[in-house]
Design a protein around this ligand. Structure first.
Ligand SMILES: [Mg+2]
Length: 340
């Protein structure tokens, strides 16, 4: 028969939490007693003795939860909560207000200012721990939801929505600081044949493995995502076109020599790649940067696949006559390149 560990046994071995809790109170004794209690439970803590210090610490490194005293000189807890909750650059940080006033009005004020919960002083530590745990469960759910909303389910890399947002941020950063930025578009050649011949599970395996190979090829600062179907995009900040082409060529070779395993056998597959970079005299927006990479990819396909083509190279310009006309007529990029 299994014996449930007793409460005291559980308490004797606090597990190391990854959560960090910011304790804000103008009375050092209050901070200390809460800090000791939470650390005994395995939480990491940081402390602030007034509202301004709290805001500074939150800006430096957002904690996972804030235990916030209401009654503080200069800036009270309600104001601190209001500022944190209205700062859109911050992630969701649950705030538990500590109020000495066990009055409905004070609680309503705190909740109205953005607090997610409250606890009254003198603090009952059992209740405090329960409230902290409950709030962290919500924080974890929120984190999970955010992850799901930016991740491609099949391959685990970023999805297109996230890629678009990242590219927008990176392009803005690059143009402001005049730092190069490159985009590489990868498309799996004859992907439809995999599905048709071996079934969709095999196709899924190929996509997952391509994502893994690309993941292994990128640097920490690069961003990899699935742009759609069998198309992947890599954003390479601080990278000039030459270096991006070198990277793309290496990734292409890795996929070419890889044996894709699936339930029922192995197969080989190749990649066509289009690469474009900023600064470039004809690229002024991040949409144009993607379009340029997409046009290069389109040409890689039509030149016979399994190759890297760079936007505005001699090869590109010989084959793609009037880029801007093609943009306007919609005869280039997009659909055709993704056909297979
Ligand atoms: Mg106080």
């Amino acid at each position: 028969m299994l014996v449930e560990p007793t409460d005291s046994a559980r308490q004797s071995t606090p597990r190391e939490h990854k959560y960090r809790i910011l304790i804000v109170d103008d009375h050092p004794d209050n901070v200390e007693v809460i800090r000791v209690r939470l650390e005994a439970k395995g939480y990491r803590t940081s402390c602030a003795s007034d509202g301004e210090e709290a805001l500074r610490l939150v800006a430096e490194s957002p904690p996972d939860l804030i235990l916030l005293d209401v009654m503080m000189p200069r800036m009270d807890g309600n104001e601190v909560a209001r500022r944190i909750k209205s700062d859109v650059s911050l992630p969701f940080i649950p705030i538990i207000m500590q109020t000495a006033l066990d009055s409905t009005q004070s609680k309503v004020q705190g909740l109205g200012a953005g607090a997610d919960g409250y606890i009254t002083k003198p603090i009952d530590f059992v209740e405090l721990e329960a409230r902290v745990e409950a709030m962290l469960r919500i924080k974890m759910l929120e984190k999970k939801l955010t992850e799901l909303s930016i991740t491609d389910e099949l391959t685990g890399v970023f999805n297109r929505r996230r890629l678009d947002a990242l590219l927008g941020e990176m392009f803005e950063h690059s143009t402001r600081l005049h730092e190069p930025l490159a985009v590489a578009m990868f498309d799996v050649d004859h992907f439809k044949q995999v599905n048709d011949t071996h079934g969709h599970p095999a196709g899924d395996r190929v996509l997952s493995q391509v994502a893994q190979l690309l993941k292994g090829a990128v640097r920490d600062i690069d961003r990899l995502g699935r742009y759609g179907g069998e198309e992947f995009m890599v954003l390479l900040p601080g990278t000039v076109l030459d270096a991006a082409v070198t990277f793309a060529e290496r990734a292409r070779q890795e996929v070419e020599t890889h044996q894709f395993k699936f339930d029922g056998g192995v197969l080989s597959r190749t990649l066509s790649v289009g690469v474009a970079g900023w600064p470039h005299p004809r690229i002024h927006t991040h949409e144009q940067l993607v379009k340029a990479a997409d046009q290069a990819l389109y040409l890689a396909k039509s030149l016979g696949r399994n190759r890297v083509v760079r936007f505005d190279s001699a090869e590109f310009n010989v084959n793609v006559k009037d880029v801007d006309d093609q943009h306007e007529n919609g005869t280039s990029s997009g659909g055709a390149a993704r056909a297979d």
